[in-house]
Design a protein around this ligand. Structure first.
Ligand code: XIL
Length: 369
């Protein structure tokens, strides 16, 4: 990422709006009214977004500067980026994002110290041999890794997704990984304890995707059980991050409001803070027509956010990207009609969409915390 980053004014001055009307028209991407950050702040909520170090388009970064008070690296603090080889630690991509956040007065979240899912571990880690005393060596490795990452970023990271997605949605049990093989549940405890030791000022979060649509009941039950166990064993966990990739698997119209409330009640009843860490709306089962689709996305978002913001324990809210062209869903779960997904508040030309209005409306309607 270039540093210092060009401002929107510089970019607009350097390009003719007539030549590139869809991308840089000055009126096109300015949302009217207060920023999402300001609307959220009025209610005691910190608003932000994920950002990938691969992105350098000034209009996109300008949206983040205008709207966000909080940034989380989309991939740059994951083990497969930091430590793609054994005993090698690459902080350069994460550092680029940390500089962007610092230069623009934004706070920063960290994602994630232990993504306890084999699909997201580098091959060398999957093949790791923890030797004749695997519990001791696995603990040593985990604590050392967490120490390196936490101390590298220090107090700049105000909140860490310490453990991510460790519950298997099919069984509701903890997933099998090299760490659970060596340590069982203890790998979760050790991760949080090490994070508390090496990032003593940061909020420590368990993060998982959690969906309110039909078909996610076993997952919810398993996560609640995990949250209970963490409390019973006095593991230092402050918050529960609900990723909130809503509209998943084409069940956007099958939200289970009552079951979802019971689930959230269960978590806040155990005294966890709540965070929406990765909000976007998968529009897979909405029609091709753009206006109809945007309306469906906005309605689903308003419905979901109204419920979530009614919980005063929720004080951080992040989108997983701010414009459709930079959404992970394009490659991850493409639509059958092959048109691009429209899951984020701004379109591919960086113009605000009805989803941005829905987010603003939900923030305006939220009670103060
Ligand atoms: C995704 C990123 O957006 C992609 O770029 C990457 O290829 C895979 O991971 N849950 C999480 C995030 O916790 O880390 C995931 O991010 C999205 C789902």
């Amino acid at each position: 990422m270039p540093n210092p980053l060009p401002t929107r004014r510089h970019v607009l001055a350097g390009l003719s709006a007539a030549a590139l009307p869809a991308i840089v028209s000055p009126t096109a991407f300015a949302a009217t009214g207060p920023s999402l950050r300001a609307l959220a702040a009025e209610k005691g909520i910190l608003f932000g977004s994920a950002l990938s170090a691969r992105i350098s388009e000034a209009p996109y970064l300008d949206i983040l500067k205008a709207e966000c008070g909080l940034i989380v690296p989309e991939n740059e603090l994951k083990v497969y980026v930091i430590s793609s080889q054994p005993d090698r630690f690459n902080f350069a991509p994460g550092d680029a994002i940390a500089s962007f956040a610092r230069d623009n007065g934004m706070k920063m979240r960290g994602h994630t110290l232990l993504w306890n899912k084999v699909e997201f571990m580098p091959k060398w880690l999957l093949d790791i041999d923890f030797g004749s005393n695997p519990a001791r060596e696995a603990e040593r490795y985990l604590r050392d890794y967490i120490k390196r990452v936490c101390t590298h970023y220090g107090d700049q990271i105000i909140s860490w997704d310490v453990v991510n997605e460790t519950i298997d949605p099919k069984t509701g049990e903890i997933r099998d990984t090299p760490f659970t093989k060596a340590l069982g549940f203890d790998c979760i405890r050790i991760a949080f304890e090490a994070a508390r030791e090496y990032a003593p000022k940061a909020q420590l979060v368990y993060n998982d995707y959690m969906s309110w649509e039909r078909g996610n009941e076993t997952h919810r039950k398993g996560v609640l059980k995990l949250l209970e166990t963490l409390r019973a064993k006095n593991v230092p966990v402050d918050g529960f991050g609900i990723q909130s990739h809503i509209g998943n698997d084409g069940h956007i119209k099958e939200a289970q409001h009552e079951q979802w409330r019971a689930f959230i009640d269960g978590a806040v009843g155990m005294n966890y803070k709540l965070l929406i860490t990765e909000f976007d709306v998968n529009d897979k089962d909405l029609p091709t027509d753009t206006a109809a689709r945007d309306a469906g996305v906005a309605a689903a978002a308003k419905d979901y956010l109204d419920l979530m913001f009614s919980y005063k324990q929720l004080d951080q809210f992040l989108c997983w990207g701010m414009s459709d062209n930079h959404s992970w869903l394009q490659g991850w779960t493409p639509r059958t009609d092959k048109t691009p997904q429209r899951p984020t508040p701004y379109d591919a030309q960086y113009r605000p969409k009805p989803l941005r209005d829905a987010i603003a409306a939900a923030l305006k309607a939220a009670p103060k915390r």
